[in-house]
Design a protein around this ligand. Sequence first.
Ligand SMILES: *Cc1c(COP(=O)(O)O)cnc(C)c1O
Length: 368
Amino acid sequence: MFYSMIPVNSPLLSGNEKIYLNECIDTGWISSEGPFINKFETSFASYIGREYGVAVSNGSAALDIAVKALGISVGDEVIVPTFTIISPIQSIISAGAIPVLVDSDPLTWNIDVNQIESKITSRTKAILVVHIYGLPVDMDSIIELCNTYNLLLIEDAAEMHGQTYNGVKCGSFGDISIFSFYPNKMITTGEGGMILMNAEELYQKCQKLRNLAFEPNGRRFVHEDIGWNYRMTNMQAALGLAQLEKIEFHIKRKREIGSMYADGLKNIKNVQLPLPETGYATNIYWVFGLVFDTEKAKIEIVEHLTSLGIGTRPFFWCMHEQPIFKRMGFFQNQSYPIAEKLARNGFYLPCGLGITNDQINYVISKLI
Ligand SMILES: *Cc1c(COP(=O)(O)O)cnc(C)c1O
């Protein structure tokens, strides 16, 4: 009965969240004006090692703004992994640009950096890297390509708060980076996101795009551009600030959860586990994924876990296999075998920060 349900994610809200939220209510600062927003932006940017942060309503919104702020538009090509969440690809397409897909590395599940150069054309404007599930993309190769071909670099670090690449924080590379604070991320604001950058001009552009492109100094309600209402509320930022105070603990706990699974499952056969480390990073285990030899085996296991009240989540579905993009004429007759196998044969286990060790051990014993 105790184990009636283990959700795939449950957040941990164990710090000053209530105190700061009460402050919002007591003072009446509940909209996107209010003191927590700037505090959260400044503290998070400084934690990652960037000059500026622009808090927004979610991570997907952050990508929309990042792509537009960099001037990516009609006819431009942007290189992205096919194995990812839809957000980066829809931001590129919404801007009128063309996503150019790359297959995955079979071990890290990130974009295969060795397959990028052959995709670069005279129209390539940017590389948008997405750090997937717990290990960072091999950034040195990416930065070298960007320098050689004069490309912009966007980093989707929505799953990587606190992760480092060769000792340098993910989300501090390239022209612009984005984070999400959805409840399954390392820190949460309920819904929320942030755009980070070092260039002041880019900072001002992003602030403007978040706020319906109101001119900060021009006549009110007269617009030179269109943007979005992607503002974060003071209440979300209050949550974010409380969460940020506990981030080191959250990261340590994520790695603990991942290590418990890695250790408990190390002898099971015909299943690929996440790499514990690479030459440039140790896994932060944002999620703990499993890749089975066959899709059939995966389906059977997921059904069994579900019947035991253990929540799971399938891996991403490839971008070149999305019905909407096919209908729009993108990615015709393309195939990316590694990513396709990950999408079909992979899923991840309950690994939210709210999980207990007893629950982890129960999942391990049932899986075995
Ligand atoms: C969560 C996530 C996003 C989207 O963030 P939302 O806040 O849910 O919009 C974007 N990219 C990646 C890699 C993510 O994991």
